[in-house]
Design a protein around this ligand. Structure first.
Ligand SMILES: Cc1cc2nc3c(=O)[nH]c(=O)nc-3n(C[C@H](O)[C@H](O)[C@H](O)COP(=O)(O)OP(=O)(O)OC[C@H]3O[C@@H](n4cnc5c(N)ncnc54)[C@H](O)[C@@H]3O)c2cc1C
Ligand code: SF4
Ligand code: SF4
Ligand code: SF4
Length: 504
């Protein structure tokens, strides 16, 4: 199915656009999806670059594939979102999901080797042992350079175990997915990757690419960014006199920690940040919003991971693993600090990425992250058709501590604040509450931190009116009031609701 043929005006071969807009502009994160999906085997990742092995235009007149399935192109984004859109919870920061739990492998030795609860490894090992899937795409450590990920097709539990732990450099996992299908003939594959990897696979699914039928389940990792390998290793060698071959591992905490035989070298995060790949600066997805299951850290809890279950397939698999004693779980509602940290990180990543994208758009033209734009489709939908009704409100005298507990239980990020009469007087979000110093949270009331300006709309206005009002007021939501009784709150429309409408 061809959805959008992107051309540069004189060619219907997508590679020309891919090369100009993605590869040569520095937006490629080396996922390998273009190599796996190319029908003429024209592309290959070598070193830190996509190479064209032969001129595919000699074999075909038209081919849109590589550009459309690249996670950094604008094509197929809304269709990709539709694969998770039936989940009951729509959260502005975390995307669509069914449930969030805290989890850890029951094996303490495995947890010791991971950056969290070793949930991913435990789930993959269980899936292979029980033949729930026949292989898994993982990122092992390169033997002579353990910081560097080596994408691999895991066929037996030992292969899974050797991939435990995060490597903070690009891994061509989508290319390995292609090898699992073409090279190993695997038909039920589990896939682990960061958000852009998962997006590449969802785009193949939206494209109905022939290799995607072999995908059984996707596990997405939370991701703040990956580092350019050569750039960061060169910096570490020059500044800290550590050769790549001397690096035994890397760990991210309050510093960037490089483990060597002689001990741990601590590098301030601000020093390594400039080696993050350019695409990561405009990437809005922190929690792998399109995966069946997303896994990230559960800071401040050590030894645990946060698991966001998004699809029915993901839910069935995780609960089978729980029933069989593979992982322990704990309720996130009891750990508001974990929920707060994830939401704040996700919102920060999105806000920064959108700012950066607006700047870069002036240089590059259309950028994929600026997904929601003025569009005629929104003009044909009435606000009353899409607004969330039965809105939870919070009283203006609620403390910030109680508000954060409330957010962890109800999972929405923002709430209207009401006075004693029940009339809306402001709007408060988790982000504002999280910015209050911890020791002041018991004595600070939501009325002291709420936004007093209510951005309002009426049910008979259009979704486009709501979108324009959000843009003019730099907010992600409008409150919907009754025209006949303007203090009466009927509902809320968020940008997420508008996106949801577009996916439909
Ligand atoms: C580049 C990167 C950035 C991350 N940033 C954050 C963050 O900011 N906040 C946060 O909470 N969590 C982040 N994570 C996720 C976190 O580090 C853990 O991977 C996650 O919590 C799962 O932990 P676990 O103990 O269950 O995984 P484990 O059981 O240790 O399994 C980890 C799995 O990750 C896979 N993997 C390792 N490196 C890569 C890679 N480069 N690309 C694709 N797959 C890989 C391996 O195949 C392995 O199966 C990041 C991960 C990566 C790879
Ligand atoms: S044949 Fe391959 S390289 Fe050429 S446009 Fe199609 S996918 Fe891209
Ligand atoms: S599909 Fe992946 S490897 Fe290919 S250009 Fe895009 S990001 Fe790079
Ligand atoms: S920040 Fe985004 S683009 Fe960068 S590696 Fe992570 S998912 Fe990919």
């Amino acid at each position: 199915m061809w959805v959008l043929v992107v051309t540069n005006g004189n060619s219907l071969i997508a590679y020309n656009v891919l090369e100009k807009r993605i590869i040569n502009s520095g937006f490629c994160t080396l996922c390998g999806a273009c190599e796996a999906a190319c029908p003429t085997s024209a592309l290959q990742i070598k070193g830190e670059k996509v190479h064209r092995l032969h001129d595919c235009s000699k074999d075909m007149d038209i081919c849109p594939i590589c550009y459309e399935i690249c996670p950094h192109s604008e094509a197929l984004l809304l269709r990709s979102l539709s694969f998770v859109a039936d989940a009951p919870i729509k959260n502005e920061a975390l995307g669509y999901y069914r449930k969030i739990v805290l989890a850890q492998s029951v094996d303490p030795a495995l947890r010791e080797q991971s950056h969290g609860g070793a949930v991913v490894t435990a789930l993959l090992k269980y899936g292979i042992e029980t033949k729930f899937f026949d292989s898994a795409i993982v990122s092992e450590a390169e033997p002579e350079n353990p910081a560097k990920p080596k994408p691999a097709v895991a066929l037996v539990p030992d292969d899974i175990l050797s991939a435990v732990g995060s490597k903070f450099f690009p891994s061509s996992v989508a290319k390995a997915y292609g090898s699992a299908v073409y090279g190993h003939g695997k038909t039920d594959i589990a896939f682990v990757g960061v958000p852009c990897h998962v997006l590449a696979l969802r785009k193949m699914e939206a494209w109905q690419h022939k290799i995607i039928g072999n995908l059984k389940i996707t596990i997405g990792l939370f991701c703040f960014g990956t580092f350019s390998l050569s750039s960061l290793l060169k910096y570490i060698q020059e500044e800290y006199k550590v050769k790549p071959s001397e690096i035994k591992g890397m760990h991210l905490s309050s510093n960037f920690e490089v483990q060597t035989e002689n001990g741990v070298v601590q590098i301030p995060l601000a020093k390594v940040e400039k080696h993050i790949m350019p695409s990561c600066r405009t990437c809005t997805d922190f929690t792998s919003e399109l995966a069946d299951i997303s896994v990230g850290s559960a800071y401040p809890l050590q030894d645990w991971s946060t698991v966001i279950i998004r699809t029915k397939a993901g839910e069935d698999f995780v609960y089978k693993a729980v029933e069989n004693g593979i992982i322990n779980t704990w309720v996130i509602e009891q750990e508001p600090k974990v929920f707060e940290r994830i939401v704040v990180a996700a919102m920060q990543k999105r806000t920064e990425a959108l700012k950066e994208a607006k700047q870069l758009e002036k240089v590059y033209g259309y950028l994929p992250v600026l997904l929601l734009r003025e569009t005629d489709a929104l003009a044909h939908i009435k606000i009353e058709e899409i607004m969330a009704k039965n809105i939870r409100t919070v009283p203006q005298d609620m403390t910030v501590t109680r508000f954060l507990d409330f957010v962890a239980i109800h999972h929405h990020i923002g709430y209207p604040v009401v006075n004693e009469e029940g009339d809306p007087v402001g709007w408060v979000t988790l982000e504002e509450a999280a910015s209050v110093a911890k020791k002041k949270r018991d004595e600070t009331l939501v009325s002291q931190i709420m936004r007093r300006k209510l951005v309002a709309a009426f049910p008979d206005e259009t979704a486009l009116d709501a979108f324009k009002r959000m843009s003019e007021n730099e907010t992600g939501r409008v409150l919907v009031f009754d025209r006949a009784s303007p203090k009466k709150l009927l509902g809320v429309v968020t940008k997420t609701d508008l996106m949801h409408t577009m996916t439909k």
